[in-house]
Design a protein around this ligand. Structure first.
Ligand SMILES: Cc1cc2nc3c(=O)[nH]c(=O)nc-3n(C[C@H](O)[C@H](O)[C@H](O)COP(=O)(O)OP(=O)(O)OC[C@H]3O[C@@H](n4cnc5c(N)ncnc54)[C@H](O)[C@@H]3O)c2cc1C
Length: 454
């Protein structure tokens, strides 16, 4: 099994290859990609129609991609929710999507427990900490807006500076926005546990099988051709590598580190007693969690490579990882005395319209799901349930959610794509720096960034 470099894979108790013995010549449903999207889709389809023959083709091992190396934030929201809630005519559908995402966190906890997957699921909520005082005023407006839309204190609430400092001892802490709708997980345990469960339930699982291309009725792999009635692509940040799928999904990198297990004396200063996930509102996103074995796993955005180059594994000496370590230590200076033991990264997927999509065409039998913009741990479960309903031809409350057949146009050709993404990175950095220095919203850089990313 090729190591994806993450702490999560290094800390698995059991990392044997999960593989079905027989090669599937012909199946009802072929799924390309063995991350959460592919595996959850296999799970729900198999559960709804046990008579279907289903195969999952994974180029490496199950959970090798983003699903086995992410920050473990199982978030009760998705990238497009906030934008929908800001548009008066889209608010009702935005609230429905938000509620579906919130209940998806519980669905993941419930189903993983029912399958006996010990993925360290713990629903401690999420803290977004104001590191500048003006951000607290923004949070006040946000909470007021959310409460007007029908959410309440049990969903979102403001924490005063002292309440927030009690929860998390970050250097700059002017209060926080707290939501209960977030859980932490051990990502690789979930991915591998799901693969094992679907295989035991009769799904044909083929690791080390790279799909080279596909068309209605057949999938070409590096181990032979498979005939399939329906073909579902679930390759998110890796999509660029499949013939015919170029420029559909932009691979953006996220980078992560984890510390050694930290002693109680350090946790007494850092807090996170409820294992809340934590971040601040900067645009160059950061995210952290306290792991079940008392480390901090922490990450941040890591950029884009020319030509949508896919780097399946990030070198542990990548310079962006030094910046991530430095950021973590600036949030919690006590960590300067403690070691970072693991450093990794990987691609996640972004559509040109910056929204997740679930597509299925009943005539061709072709479908796909993904484009979660770095927020796919829970969203992939909802996407898989939607995809299942679409494949089965069922009209359900999920099949009129905004992601359904919301197909994005392709990304621009190079070098426009490269310069466009570098411009967005530049705006994010300038916007963050300006807000940090001036303690007020960035009206130029920040606004331009917002316009370009939604
Ligand atoms: C470092 C990092 C941190 C993140 N942190 C968070 C977080 O904390 N919370 C959150 O909500 N989201 C997070 N994300 C995003 C989230 O992990 C992803 O959106 C989600 O896991 C996507 O799942 P997926 O199954 O669609 O794709 P993936 O998990 O990427 O799976 C795609 C699979 O397809 C396989 N594949 C690729 N090409 C082929 C081929 N040709 N043939 C067969 N198989 C192929 C790959 O090997 C891979 O295993 C993070 C992502 C990264 C990279």
């Amino acid at each position: 099994m090729r190591d994806n470099g993450s702490f999560w894979f290094a800390s698995l108790d059991d990392s044997e290859d999960i593989a079905s013995p027989e090669w599937p010549e012909q199946v009802d449903v072929a799924i390309i990609g063995g991350g959460y999207t592919g595996l959850w889709t296999a799970y729900y389809l198999q559960k709804a129609r046990p008579e279907l023959s289903i195969a999952v083709f994974e180029a490496e091992h199950f959970g090798f991609g983003a699903s086995g190396r992410n920050g473990g934030w199982c978030m009760g929201t998705s990238h497009d929710v906030e934008h929908l809630l800001q548009q008066p005519d889209r608010q009702p559908i935005g609230v429905r999507l938000a509620r579906e995402m919130q209940s998806t966190v519980d669905e993941i906890g419930r189903v993983s427990a029912s399958l006996g997957i010990d993925c360290h699921f713990h629903k401690g909520g999420n803290l977004t900490v104001a590191t500048r005082s003006f951000q607290l005023r923004q949070f006040e407006d946000e909470v007021r807006h959310l409460h007007k839309l029908g959410f309440d204190e049990a969903d979102f609430r403001l924490l005063t500076p002292s309440e927030s400092c009690d929860r998390v001892g970050m250097t700059d802490n002017f209060g926080a926005l707290y939501t209960s709708h977030c859980a932490v997980i051990h990502p690789a345990r979930l991915a591998q546990g799901l693969a094992r469960s679907v295989k035991n339930a009769g799904v044909n699982c083929q690791p080390n099988t790279r799909v080279l291309g596909y068309q209605s009725g057949q999938v070409a792999t590096d181990r032979g051709v498979v005939r399939a009635g329906r073909i579902l692509r679930a390759t998110e940040g890796f999509t660029e590598t499949i013939k015919g799928c170029e420029r559909q999904v932009l691979p953006i990198y996220s980078m992560m580190i984890s510390t050694e297990p930290l002693p109680n004396s350090v946790w007494a200063r850092i807090g996170l007693a409820g294992r809340e996930t934590f971040a601040d509102p900067r645009r160059v996103v950061i995210y952290g969690q306290r792991t079940a074995d008392d480390r901090i796993a922490f990450g941040g955005r890591g950029g884009y490579y020319y030509g949508s180059d896919i780097k399946p594994i990030i070198d542990s000496d990548h310079p962006n990882l030094d910046a991530i370590s430095e950021t973590l230590r600036s949030l919690f200076p006590v960590l300067r005395d403690y070691k970072v033991t693991h450093r990794w990264g990987g691609p996640l997927g972004v559509h040109r319209h910056w929204r997740p999509t679930v597509e299925f065409d009943a005539d061709t039998g072709l479908g796909s799901a993904g484009g979660y913009v770095g927020e796919g741990v829970a969203a992939s479960n909802l996407a898989a349930r939607i995809l299942t309903d679409l494949v089965l031809g069922e009209q359900t409350p999920l099949t009129d959610l905004p992601w359904v057949n919301d197909v994005s146009r392709r990304w621009e050709a190079e070098p426009i794509r490269f310069f466009g993404t570098k411009a967005v990175e530049f705006l994010a950095e300038r916007g963050d720096a300006s807000e940090w220095q001036r303690n007020q919203p960035s009206k130029v850089w920040g606004r331009l960034f917002d316009v370009l990313t939604r």
